[in-house]
Structures are given as C-alpha cells and as structure tokens.
Design a protein around this ligand. Structure first.
Ligand SMILES: O=c1ccn([C@@H]2O[C@H](COP(=O)(O)OP(=O)(O)O[C@H]3O[C@H](CO)[C@@H](O)[C@H](O)[C@H]3O)[C@@H](O)[C@H]2O)c(=O)[nH]1
Ligand SMILES: [Mn+2]
Length: 738
C-alpha cells in the first residue's frame, strides 16, 4: 500500500471545524422538538371538542417534521472536505494515466440545440489530458441528422480549438462560454488577440453552418453527398424506430487525425442506439448502458465520465482531480465513483427558482461524504468502468488503473470496429442479460443515477465528493416555475420509488452502508412524503382561524417557548447556511417559497403517482428538462419575475392554498375590527396568525400573477377562476358546515 512504500497520498481529507458546537446547537433544537411533541400529546382536545381533528393532524405533522429534521442532521453531523494533489499525480503517474471515456447524452434536437451539445463536446475534448487516452462519445437519443452534422462540424473546429486552448491555457473550454468571458479579458497579449479573433471567426462560421441547417430542418443534398455517414439514415423511419447509427468521427489511433499543430486528437464517436417501438428504451439509463458497451469495444477507458449535453466542462483539470481519488495508493481501491456538484451557468442573483441547490452542494453532500460518500447524481460523475458494470468490492483486491494498449483493438480496422460495435447498441442485445439489473445503470426508475449509486455503495464501495473552487461543470437550470416543479416531481418520484424498492436505503441498505448514509439517503427519498404534512400545516391552522379555534399555545403559556425556540433556531440556522453557501438574503427568501411550492405540488404529485404506480396504474416517464426558452420568458427570468404562464394543475394547488390563506387572514382582520379586537386574537392565537401571515408574504408574487400582472407570465385566468372557487368553497365549508 502507498503509505508503506512511503508515498504521499494523492488527496487529503479534512474534517469540518467547530462541529462540536454545531452538535450542541442541534441537540438543543431536538430538545425543543421533544417538548413540542410532549405538548401536543398532552393537550389533545377531548372528543367532541372543536379543534380535535386539527390538533391530531398537527401532532402527526409535527411528528413527521421532527423525524425529518433528524434525517437532515445526518448530512450535517460530520462533514468532510477533499483536496486532491494533482502535482503528485502527474509526478508519479503521468505516463501511465488510464484511458478516460466521456459520455455526453442528448435526447432531442429542439429541446437541446445542437450548438449547445457540441459546445459541451468540445469542452470535454479539450480537457488537459493526453488526447490519445481520451475518447468522447455523443449519445443521441433523438437520432438526429442535424446533431450528427453539428458533431462533424465540431470535429473540424476541434483541430483549431484544442491547440488554442492548450497554447493559452484558457478556461472554460466550451467555446461559447469562453468567448463570453473573453470579451472582457483585456490582458490578452497581441499574439493572443490575433489568435482569438481567428478562432472566433472559425467558430462563427461553424455556428452559421449549424444554425442554417437547424433552420432548414434537414441536411442539404450537397452536405449529404460529402459525408458517407449520412447514408445510415437511409433506413431511418422515426426517432423511435431506427437501426443503430454509429460513426467514429475521429479515430484517435489514426496518426493522420491530428490538429493543426500536428498533435493527435481525442477519439470522437457518434452513437444513436437502435430504437424499436416494441422495446422499452429506458431513457438515459438505456443510453448510458449502450455507451458503456460500445465504448468498451472502441476505447475501453478504465474511467468513465458522464455529462449531460448542457453541462460543459468549466475546469479542464477535473479529470486529474478525479483521478487523484481513484488512483490513490492507500484509499483509491475502495472508491467506486467521484461525484462533482452540478452547478448552473444561468442562475440569477437571487436564484428565483432555487435551482442552484446550494445547500445540497455546499453542505449536505460534504456531510454524506463523511459517511461513505455522496449519491451518484448523474452528470459530472467519474466511475470506474468495472464497478459500474457490477464488480463487487473485495477488501484488499486491487485493480490496476494503468494505461494499457490492447493489441487486438489496435489491429482492428475502423470499419470493422464500427461494424462490431453496432450490434452492442441493438435493442435485442440486452435481452436475457443482467444489463439494467446487475450491470450498468439500473432500469425502471426516473432517477437511474441515485438507484445505481446506492447499489454500488451497498456492494461495499465508497464514493467521494469533489467540490473544487473552480466549478468543474456548468449546466443550464430551468427558467420557469413549471419546469422546476416538473423536474422536482421526477426527482422526488424517483427517490421515493427507491425507498419502496428493493434497494431501499431504509431496509435493504441496512448493514451494507453506514447508518449516517442511510439517513442521508432517506432525507432525499422522503422528499415526496413531506407533501402531506406540509399541505396540512399550510392550510388547516389557517382555516381554524376562521372558527376562532386556537391550535398553538397562547402568548401567556410557557409552552410557547419551545415553539419559538425551534422556529427561531431552525430558521436562523437555515439562513446562515444559505448565506455561507454563497446565497443572498433575497435568495434565501426565494428558497423558502420554492420549498413550499415543491412540497405542496411536485412532491404531492410524485407521492400520488408513486402510489398509483406501485398499484400498477401509471408508468413514470422521463420528461426532458428544457434548455432553451423564448425571449419573452428569458427576459422575465433575468428580471427575476416569476413565470406562471402555463396551465398546470400544480399551479391550481398553489393558487388555491395562497388564496385560502389570504381569505383566512382577511377573516381574522374582519373579526378583529368588528368583533373581539386585535389584541384578544393576538393573545390567543399568535402562532396561527403568524403562520398565516408568513404564508401570505411568501405568496405575494402569486397574488400579483393572479390579479395584477398583464404580461404573458401571469397566471392563466382559468386557474385564477378555479382556485378562487376552491378556496372560497373550502373556507365556507370549514366555517359553517364542518
Ligand atoms: O431518453 C432520454 C432522456 C434523457 N436523456 C438525457 O439525460 C440527460 C438529463 O436529462 P434532463 O432532462 O436534463 O434532466 P435533469 O433533471 O436536468 O437531469 C438530472 O437528473 C437526471 C436524473 O433524473 C440525471 O440523469 C442528470 O444527470 C441530472 O442532471 C440529458 O442530457 C438528456 O439528453 C437521454 O439521453 N435519453
Ligand atoms: Mn439537465
């Protein structure tokens, strides 16, 4: 082992400081929660008394929240921070670095524009890594000729782009992103300025070619005749029904395939796996498994990196960062994958839709890393090939991560290689095999990544969370509320399915992974079930205001203290954490709003769908997240104006809840003016009024969208009408009938 041989480790792990103080603080919150539980249980109204139903419901909700809060502590209890030493890696292993295969996934040329896709491809082709050991595969589930055409153009451009990047050591290496940032770089010397202008022009030419083809919507005959690769579309009938299309666009073994400086280029492969209507294609998991097999035949890199087509590499050193973990002599043998955080290029200052998932990336994943490693969350993850293919962990068993050249492959001609790779991507290939079960990514779950990750960890492997200051990947976050809610529905539904599946962190994982990690997983897997308690809490106490029934301690009661303490302590901490993770004050407020919206809509739908699903009623699909939006929408997004302009049943729920709280509050105000007086109400129901008031404040943008806005992002009038009817109905029923 490394240490015995006197090697310095390739990475170090630091524990967080001041953790004891945090634990004492958390324990005090827990004490407060216990007091709240005690108060609820010991003060239940008697049968027949008004408020009994609400009280018991609140007891259930508070038990749930308390339990969930405990889960969230697992990811804060013992965080660690990792620091790779890349200089040691290159000193020791530069000539033996393993092959790395990068998989870029795309699925739809309209939702995921070809220019965006090739920018991502170019960014990973330009990694600071020996090009003969780097191979890039583009998986196109859209089976689009236009995307293929764009890739051909990218291959030409790469011959100029890669040497440019290396010469001036530029970052980021996605040309589009680089040109935006280089616009204000003034320190470029004279030579570089000329080169920059040249490369920009080449990029523009390529962009024009691609955009013209996109506009045309098909490949012109002239272009088609130039590349024999297009003939593969001759038998193509639709994106759901076609043969495997596979083309080695750049063959890294070919000594003539060089850039303008004469250096070899990384291998570049286009793959659209076979699709047939009678075979389920299993979405991204299916694409990834086809890529694993095809790449094993072509380049067989020992390390695999997957990025989504919008997640370009922002840090050309990231491969080396990851290898420091996988190749460490002492601990590397236990590490199956290295996950980087997912960051986004287009998040606005106050992160309107809370897309940056700040606290998860900056706090929680470091916490999970302390217990055996983060979840596998898809894009931005480096895997060992063999573990992803199902190799079990055996203590003390080393797998060499060294570069090896396969003689057999070297001698196979490119056409033969293409031909025998094609069958690996056919639909029938997986029949009666372990693919999708024990091999590759797992099928049948909308979050193929998380379920695959937990099964790897249950096999005894560790994972590592690597979060360098210069972000490794930048993607595109959703820019409308409904997209955010739909995406979270998919995630929470997938995670909830995992909880009920045979890989459940609650039972299957027990004994296979640490308790802390089990709790950490549960935190995400229980997202969906949060909806019920949150719905109850955000509506019933307010409705009881209308009846003048108090469900919380009065001002004079000492029981108010634990409530006040838990609320203040918990929210202060959440605020501190948010700022510490790089957020803004308004960002935190937005985060609270999205927290509420997700829980009362996405999670609720996910919960219901999962239950229906397990009863065999519906099947969950993979709704691809939009990566482009029209100008109007982007403009509002940049101005941080919430987008409600879609007719989504999720919005009906949100609007109903918002109006319901407004009416309840107005009811209280009326009561205060005409009846008992403000002070009396305030003394008997302080927390209930506070809760209702905060819900109204948080919903201010929603009221605006319902009644004040005129732009296209306002709430559709059908929803305004429905939600008004539902909330008035609920208030009347509750006040007079119940
Ligand atoms: O049939 C499909 C559907 C999707 N994709 C690709 O999968 C990726 C992720 O899809 P996206 O719509 O962007 O989903 P997100 O919710 O943004 O993705 C997050 O969540 C997914 C799991 O739900 C992970 O796989 C991703 O890596 C992670 O970024 C994209 O590159 C798609 O092109 C396919 O290749 N085939
Ligand atoms: Mn995405």
């Amino acid at each position: 082992m490394g240490k015995e041989e006197g090697y310095l480790p390739l990475f170090e792990t630091k524990r967080a400081k001041g953790i004891v103080l945090y634990r004492i603080f958390a324990a005090s919150i827990f004490a407060g929660i216990c007091l709240i539980w005690f108060y609820r249980v010991s003060h239940i109204p008697k049968a027949g008394e008004d408020g009994r139903f609400g009280w018991i419901g609140l007891l259930g909700a508070e038990l749930w929240f308390g339990f969930y809060w405990i889960l969230t502590q697992a990811s804060r209890w013992s965080p660690v921070y990792r620091h790779p030493f890349k200089d040691r890696l290159s000193q020791r292993y530069e000539s033996e670095l393993p092959g790395v295969d990068v998989f870029v996934c795309t699925a739809d040329p309209t939702i995921e524009p070809p220019m965006m896709v090739i920018n991502t491809v170019l960014s990973v082709m330009a990694y600071d890594y020996p090009p003969e050991k780097l191979s890039v595969y583009l998986s196109d589930d859209g089976g689009s000729e236009i995307t293929y055409f764009a890739l051909l153009e990218a291959a030409k451009f790469a011959k100029h782009w890669i040497p440019y990047c290396k010469k001036y050591n530029v970052e980021p290496r996605s040309p589009a992103a680089y040109f935006v940032s280089s616009d204000d770089a003034v320190d470029a010397d004279h030579n570089q300025a000329a080169d920059l202008a040249g490369i920009k022009k080449l990029y523009k030419d390529m962009e024009n070619e691609v955009e013209d083809t996109v506009k045309l919507g098909r490949i012109s005959e002239e272009v088609r005749s130039k590349h024999k690769g297009f003939s593969q579309w001759d038998t193509y009938s639709s994106r759901r029904d076609h043969d495997t299309i596979l083309q080695i666009v750049i063959d890294g073994r070919d000594l003539n395939a060089t850039d303008v400086e004469g250096c070899v280029l990384p291998t570049l492969v286009y793959l659209a796996r076979e699709k047939r209507p009678q075979y389920h294609h299993n979405f991204k998991a299916g694409a990834m498994n086809a890529l694993i097999r095809v790449s094993s035949n072509i380049s067989n890199g020992q390390v695999l990196l997957n990025v989504d087509c919008d997640m370009y590499s922002n840090n050309s050193q990231a491969v080396r960062d990851a290898l420091c973990f996988l190749m460490d002599e002492a601990e590397g043998n236990e590490i199956a994958y290295v996950q980087f955080p997912q960051n986004f290029e287009n998040v606005t200052k106050n992160d309107l839709y809370s897309n940056s998932l700040r606290v998860i990336s900056e706090v929680e994943f470091h916490g999970l890393d302390g217990y055996g490693g983060p979840l596998y969350i898809g894009s931005g993850c480096f895997h060992r090939r063999d573990t992803l293919c199902g190799r079990k962990f055996i203590k003390g068993c080393k797998s060499e991560m060294k570069w090896e050249i396969s003689r057999k492959r070297e001698e196979t001609g490119i056409h033969e290689l293409e031909e025998n790779s094609r069958s690996l991507a056919s639909c029938a290939f997986e029949e009666n095999t372990e693919w999708g079960k024990e091999m590759g990514l797992k099928y049948g779950c909308p979050v193929e990544d998380v379920i695959t990750g937990i099964s790897i960890q249950c096999h005894g492997w560790k994972s590592v969370y690597c979060n360098p200051t210069r972000k490794a990947f930048l993607g595109i976050a959703t820019t409308t509320l409904s997209q955010t809610l739909v995406q979270h529905k998919r995630w929470s539904e997938g995670d909830f399915q995992i909880l009920l599946s045979k890989y459940s962190p609650a039972w299957y994982a027990h004994g296979n992974i640490s308790l802390g990690l089990q709790l950490g997983y549960c935190c995400y897997c229980f997202w969906a079930s949060n909806s019920l308690a949150t719905l109850f809490y955000s509506s019933i106490p307010s409705l009881y205001l209308l009846r003048g029934v108090s469900l919380f301690p009065q001002v004079s009661s000492p029981w108010l203290i634990p409530f006040a303490y838990v609320i203040i302590a918990k929210y202060t901490w959440s605020f501190v954490e948010f700022l510490w993770s790089g957020g803004t004050i308004l960002g935190w407020w937005n985060d609270q709003r999205i927290w509420l919206y997700k829980r009362t809509s996405s999670y609720l739908f996910a919960f219901i769908d999962t239950i229906l699903n397990s009863l065999g009623h519906s099947d969950s699909a993979f709704v691809i997240t939009a990566k482009v939006s029209d100008e109007d929408v982007s403009h509002r997004y940049e101005k941080e104006v919430m987008e409600f302009g879609a007719s989504s049943p999720m919005f009906t729920i949100l609007a109903t809840l918002a109006l319901l709280n407004l009416f309840c509050f107005l009811g209280v105000v009326k009561e205060a003016i005409m009846g008992e007086g403000m002070t009396k109400l305030y003394v008997t129901m302080p927390l209930q009024i506070l809760l209702c008031g905060v819900l109204i404040l948080i919903n201010l943008p929603l009221y605006q969208a319902l009644y004040l806005r005129k732009d296209k992002g306002k709430m559709p009038s059908s929803i305004a009408f429905k939600s008004m009817a539902f909330s008035v109905f609920a208030c009347i029923c509750f006040k007079y009938l119940y």
